[in-house]
Design a protein around this ligand. Sequence first.
Ligand code: HEM
Length: 147
Amino acid sequence: MSGTFPMRNSPQVLSVPGPNQRPRKKVALKPGFSPLDWARLSASGKDLRGVTELRLITMDEVALHNKRTDCWMVIAGKVYNVTHYLEYHPGGKGELMRAAGKDGSALFNDTHPWVNAESILRACMIGFCSEPSRRQTKAVEKSDDSA
Ligand code: HEM
C-alpha cells in the first residue's frame, strides 16, 4: 500500500486529471449493465461459474479460456470465470480481455488497486490457481538469494 492519499488514479481524485495523473478510462456501459445490475445478477442464483466445484487449476488450463464467449482469469491467486462479467466491467470488455486466459493481477493492481475483485466476482469464482504469479515467484527467489 503506498503512503499517498488519495491513491494515484483513485476515484477520490478530482475527475479532471492533473499533469501527473492518468486520465480516467471508464466506458459507458449498456443500459442494464451497471454495477448494481451485476450485483443483482450475482445474487440471483444464476449459474455464472459453469463448473460444479472449486478446485486447483493450472495456468495451462486457464489459458484455454481466452475468448469473449469463454473467459477465465486469475486475480490474486483465485480463478474466475469472467465471461458473464465482461459486459459489466466499468473499464470495458476490451480492457478486461487483455488479461483473458492469464493472471490479470498485475494489470488489475496497476489500474485499480481499490477495487474489491473478490467481492465483485464471488459468484463466478471457479477455483484456485495452482501456480504462484510471476510477481510472487520473483519475491520468493529474492528472499532465497538473501538467505
Ligand atoms: C476481473 C477483475 C476485474 C474487476 C472485478 C474489475 C472491476 C473494475 C471496476 C469496479 C472498475 C471501476 C473503478 C472505479 O470506478 O473506480 C474498473 C475500471 C477499470 N478497469 Fe477493471 N476490473 C477487473 C480487471 C481489470 C483488468 C485485468 C484490467 C486490465 C487492464 C482492467 C482495466 C480497467 C480500466 C482501464 C478501468 C477504468 C479505470 C478508470 O476509471 O480510468 N480491469 N474495473
